[in-house]
Write a protein that binds this ligand. Structure first.
Ligand code: F42
Length: 152
């Protein structure tokens, strides 16, 4: 059951446009990070304060049907705002190319986080530089198939 509610587009134009292109093309365009050729997914979530539907592109880090959501924000010293959304409500919809599925976000720690961090850096090496300069530990969530029971 996809998340329902009023969509609040990102205030950042290039984010809004990438989400729009990705979704309107059925996941055939806007699916990479600019001209890097590196794949991107779209994660739909619920705003922790607004309750509105938010959609963000993230680098595609996938392993055996699960994905990482890396709250890097380019190495910025503060967490991205979407981090607080996933903490408040872990239900997300993930679009990977043409495929959309309900998933549940779980923040990682310890060895499990280290394992997914290695996978993330392998998929997108700049994450390592972001961690160097962020002055915070970049949070990593794993997105696992299915929504928890209860109203979406
Ligand atoms: N960001 C990453 O952190 N990791 C990635 O791997 C990543 C890859 C990526 C690939 C392509 C691309 O185009 C962008 C990519 N980004 C990546 C950037 C990502 O999509 C986000 O734009 C970025 O991480 C910043 O997220 P943000 O949530 O901080 O965005 C701000 C600008 C924003 O949208 N602010 C909104 C606003 O109105 O100012 C509010 C957003 C929000 O979710 N508000 C919540 C609500 O209730 O609606 C409240 C949140 C709270 O604080 O409780």
């Amino acid at each position: 059951m996809p998340l329902e509610g009023e969509y609040e587009p990102s205030p950042a134009q290039w984010i809004r446009e990438q989400v729009e292109l990705y979704e309107s093309s059925g996941g055939t365009r806007g699916t990479t990070l600019r001209d890097t050729g590196l794949p991107v997914v779209i994660v739909t979530m619920r705003g922790a304060k607004s309750g509105r539907i938010r959609k963000i592109p993230l680098m595609r880090v996938e392993h055996q049907g699960r994905y990482a959501a890396v709250a890097s924000k380019g190495g910025f010293p503060s967490h991205p705002e979407w981090y607080f959304n996933l903490r408040a409500d872990p239900r997300v919809d993930l679009q990977d190319g043409p495929e959309r599925q309900g998933m549940t976000a779980r923040e990682l720690a310890g060895e499990e986080r280290d394992q997914w961090w290695r996978r993330a850096v392998a998929a997108y090496p700049p994450y390592a530089e972001y961690q160097e300069k962020a002055g915070r530990v970049i949070p990593v969530f794993v997105l696992e198939p299915g929504h928890p029971a209860g109203p979406a």
